[in-house]
Each structure stands twice: as structure tokens, then as C-alpha cells.
Design a protein around this ligand. Structure first.
Ligand SMILES: [Zn+2]
Length: 482
């Protein structure tokens, strides 16, 4: 059951390529992870183009031209490691932890295949058990926009460093229960990004987890805590895997949050697991037994956990991000990013759904990068059934209404716009009216697209924003039903 994977990894990194015609068959994760042995790892040399930057406890290998990014990650990584080491009551290892950043997914996949045989191919980041090395793609691969909060890149880096350090200091780390190692790695990352405090209320990368766990609860997909304690987190179904990661993080965060009065007991438990004897009963079993001795009433614990999340949810940014990157600007603006050749999508949680008569409004600014396209989604009933309006700042600029049926996006109507209507770096007000079977789009005051569905009404569903292969900034986004 609890297949030893020989490496820890980060998930939730946009398995779905929503914009192209494809929905990537998510996750070629191998359920028989135990087949892989850490010792069999063939360690490939870093790509020839890579440069190196070092700090006291870290060494980052990065592609040419990424020195400012690498140095920033070094600084943040040092602070993160200090934080983790203090919590774990460990000295930081003298030998530097190594992190390899890749410019492309192909380079990452080559490095991953050499070490773990494709098991973490879709993750874009993993930590190698035998060497404690972190490998990850720089994505989105561009300079951070000034003023935006931390996001996926920083979140993944901090998460993987938590694994890397523990592989180095705890000989039994690879045998830890998944919920504990992944939940703690994400908890550590959240603290590292929040300057030692929780930051899910400011950073969508973490806030998303709260919304997803509660949504699963309401839809009957929540994995009971008692099961989480013994089950692995490696799942064929990426949604279930993601949910388990979210629940694992939520459980650790709940137990470790001083407001819940369990913090000391929980930290002692974590350190106790690290000292449990190896070679006899599996660590997962020993840890479970100890957990149930400390918190015998799991049902009550679960209730308290849910109440905690319910209280947290309204403070978190009201967006779920199925893939890629959403960051916040100080003025509340939303930065959508996806590179390269990928779509990004954020679905609103407030209100979660719009009815069949609705209006979506936003101010949009498209960056002069990549494909220069901003997307607004509506009547979203899943990744295989949705509509979107794509705004392109191309030459000529365009507006396209698209429908996704069975995973394929098809254009229902495309209108080219007069030059100057949509220009990179120029904010424009967009309005989308959905009236049962009709869609009407305005850019500023100008009506630019009108479409009437012939066969049936468009219907209601979830709604959201996003972009394709580039960067778009949304401000004052609202969705209303009538
Ligand atoms: Zn992980």
C-alpha cells in the first residue's frame, strides 16, 4: 500500500493544459512506486549552460541569464532553512543542499527520468531521496512583476527545500507517512513565504487549498482523516492527489496553529516520528498508532479541523487555480501567468456559480509577452464542458468566443478589432453579458461580439479568468447573476 517512492514531490502544478485543444491526460504517476529504488538513481550532470550561485547552506544551479532569480531564491531559501531547522530542532547540514533550476520542462523531465524514472514527470519539481537534491522548472519563466506577492515558484522552492533538509537530517524520512511529510513541507513553505507566519490569506498558492478541501467536503469527496493517516498520497487521479495534499497541509496547519492549543503536542509528535525505530514495524503504522494515542477522538478532531477551515476560507483570496499561477498585486489586482504554451485558469469561489443570465466585468491589461491573450471563462461545468471569451492583443487584436466540449476548444465566433482597441499594457474595461442563449461582449463602450446559440441555452456554471502563454492582469473583477 504505502509504496516507497524514493523521493518527495510537489503536485498541483497545472496538469491540465486548458487552452489548447488538449487536456493533458493528467499524471503518468505510477501506482507501483515501490518498484523504484532510490539507490538505482543515475545522477545526470547538470545542463552545460548552467551557472552556480552559493550561500552558506545552499547551492543553486540555474540557466544562463537567471542569476538575479537564483540569488533571490538563495536568500529566501536560507531564511526558510533556518526556520525549518529551528522547528525540527536540527543543525543545518554543513554540506550545502543543492537545487537545480531548469529553463524548460524537457530539461526537467530529463533530469527527473535519470533519477526517478518518470514518476514525477508531470510535477515540475521534486526532491531526490538519495542526494537530497531539489530539481525544478522555472515556471512561469519570466521576471516577477514588481509588487506581486510570492507564488508557485517560491512556494514550490520552499516546499522542496523542506523535503531536502529532512532527507539530509532524518535517516528515516523516506519512510514517514505521506500526510506528515507532504503536509509539513507545505506548512513549512507557507510559513517561509509568510515570513514565519501563515500566509494563505494573502497567497493564492496556499489559499486555494482551503477552498478545495471545503469543496470536497461539500461534494462528498473529502478523505476522512483516519484514512489519510495510513494511505499514501500517490494517486492516479490528480484531483484526488491534490485533495490529499490539501488535507494533509490543512491537518498539519490546524494542529500547529497556536489558536487550536495543540501546537506543542503536535511538534513533539513530529520529532517523535523522526526518532521512531526502523527495521521493525513500518513507520507509517507506528506513527498512526502514536497519533491515535495523542488524538483518540479522530471524529472530533475532524470537526474541529473543518470549523477551522470554514473560518479561514473567507479570508483567503476567492479563487481556485486548477493550473499554473495566480498572484496578487497590492491593490487587489490579480496577475495571471502561464508559460510557455500553457493555459492558466482561476475559478471564482465568490460567487462560485453564475446562472444562465449573468454579467461578468473586469479591467484587463495584457502584457506584451508570449501570446498576449487574456481569457474569461463562464458556464464552466468541468474541464470538458465550458465557454470562454479570449481577448487577444495581437495584430489585429481579436475577441473569440470559444466552447470546450469533451476537452476540445472550438471557436464559435471570432471578431477582429480595429487597431488600437486592445493594446499591450493598456487597461481596458470588458463586459460579457450572458442572456440564456446569447453572449454579448463589449470592450470599453464598444460592442465587439454577439453570438446566439442555436440549439439550446448556454446555461449556468462556474466562472473565472485566465490567460494563455503569457501574462494578464485583472482588476475589479465581478460576476453577477440576474
Ligand atoms: Zn512534496
Amino acid at each position: 500500500m504505502h509504496g516507497r517512492t524514493g523521493s518527495r514531490r510537489s503536485l498541483r502544478v497545472g496538469f491540465r493544459q486548458l487552452a489548447g485543444a488538449r487536456l493533458a491526460a493528467a499524471a503518468a504517476l505510477c501506482a507501483a512506486a515501490g518498484l523504484l529504488s532510490a539507490a538505482s538513481a543515475q545522477v545526470a550532470a547538470p545542463p552545460a549552460s548552467s551557472e552556480t550561485a552559493r550561500s552558506q547552506y545552499l547551492e543553486v544551479h540555474f540557466p544562463a541569464g537567471q542569476r538575479p532569480l537564483a540569488e533571490r531564491l538563495l536568500r529566501e531559501g536560507e531564511r526558510a532553512l533556518q526556520l525549518y531547522a529551528r522547528y525540527l530542532d536540527q543543525r543545518l547540514p554543513r554540506e550545502r543542499l543543492r537545487c537545480f533550476l531548469y529553463a524548460t520542462e524537457a530539461e526537467y523531465q530529463a533530469a527527473e527520468a535519470a533519477r526517478t524514472g518518470g514518476i514525477f514527470k508531470t510535477n515540475l519539481a521534486f526532491t531526490h531521496a538519495a542526494t537530497s537534491e531539489v530539481h525544478m522548472v522555472i515556471q512561469p519563466r519570466l521576471e516577477r512583476l514588481a509588487g506581486t506577492g510570492p507564488g508557485m515558484l517560491e512556494g514550490l522552492f520552499a516546499h522542496e527545500l523542506a523535503h531536502a533538509l529532512q532527507y539530509r537530517v532524518f535517516p528515516s524520512y523516506d519512510e514517514f507517512p505521506d500526510w506528515l511529510s507532504e503536509g509539513m513541507a507545505e506548512l513549512f513553505a507557507e510559513r517561509a513565504l509568510g515570513d514565519s507566519r501563515h500566509c494563505a490569506a494573502q497567497v493564492p498558492w496556499f489559499g486555494v487549498r482551503v477552498h478545495e478541501v471545503l469543496e470536497a467536503l461539500d461534494e462528498g469527496r473529502f478523505v476522512p482523516v483516519e484514512r489519510l493517516l495510513t494511505e499514501g498520497l500517490v494517486e492516479q487521479d490528480p484531483a484526488l492527489r491534490d485533495l490529499k495534499y490539501g488535507e494533509a497541509w490543512a491537518l498539519c496547519r490546524f494542529l500547529d496553529d497556536p489558536v487550536n492549543g495543540e501546537q506543542t503536542r503536535f511538534r513533539d509528535f513530529v520529532l517523535e516520528v523522526a526518532r521512531m525505530p526502523r527495521g521493525g514495524r513500518p513507520l507509517v503504522e507506528q506513527a498512526r498508532e502514536r497519533f491515535l494515542a495523542l488524538w483518540p477522538d479522530v471524529i472530533r478532531l475532524e470537526r474541529r479541523l473543518i470549523a477551522y477551515l470554514r473560518e479561514l476560507a473567507p479570508q483567503c483570496p476567492p479563487w481556485q487555480v486548477p493550473g499554473r499561477e495566480l498572484r496578487l498585486l497590492p491593490d487587489g489586482g490579480l496577475v495571471c501567468e502561464s508559460f510557455p504554451g500553457n493555459a492558466m485558469m482561476a475559478l471564482s469561489t465568490a460567487p462560485r456559480r453564475l446562472g444562465g443570465v449573468a454579467r461578468i466585468e473586469a479591467e484587463v491589461m495584457i502584457a506584451p509577452l508570449g501570446h498576449r491573450q487574456a481569457d474569461v471563462f463562464f458556464a464552466y461545468r468541468g474541464p470538458l464542458d465550458a465557454y470562454k471569451v479570449a481577448f487577444g492583443a495581437g495584430n489585429p487584436p481579436f475577441v473569440t468566443l470559444m466552447r470546450n466540449q469533451g476537452g476540445r476548444w472550438q471557436s464559435l465566433r471570432n471578431e477582429n478589432l480595429p487597431p488600437g482597441t486592445l493594446q499591450p499594457e493598456q487597461p481596458v474595461r470588458i463586459t460579457i453579458d450572458i442572456d440564456v442563449a446569447r453572449v454579448a461582449v463589449r470592450v470599453g463602450e464598444r460592442p465587439v461580439l454577439r453570438y446566439t446559440a442555436e440549439a439550446s441555452a448556454i446555461g449556468g456554471g462556474r466562472w473565472g479568468i485566465g490567460c494563455y502563454d503569457g501574462r494578464a492582469i485583472f482588476r475589479q473583477v465581478s460576476g453577477r447573476s440576474y
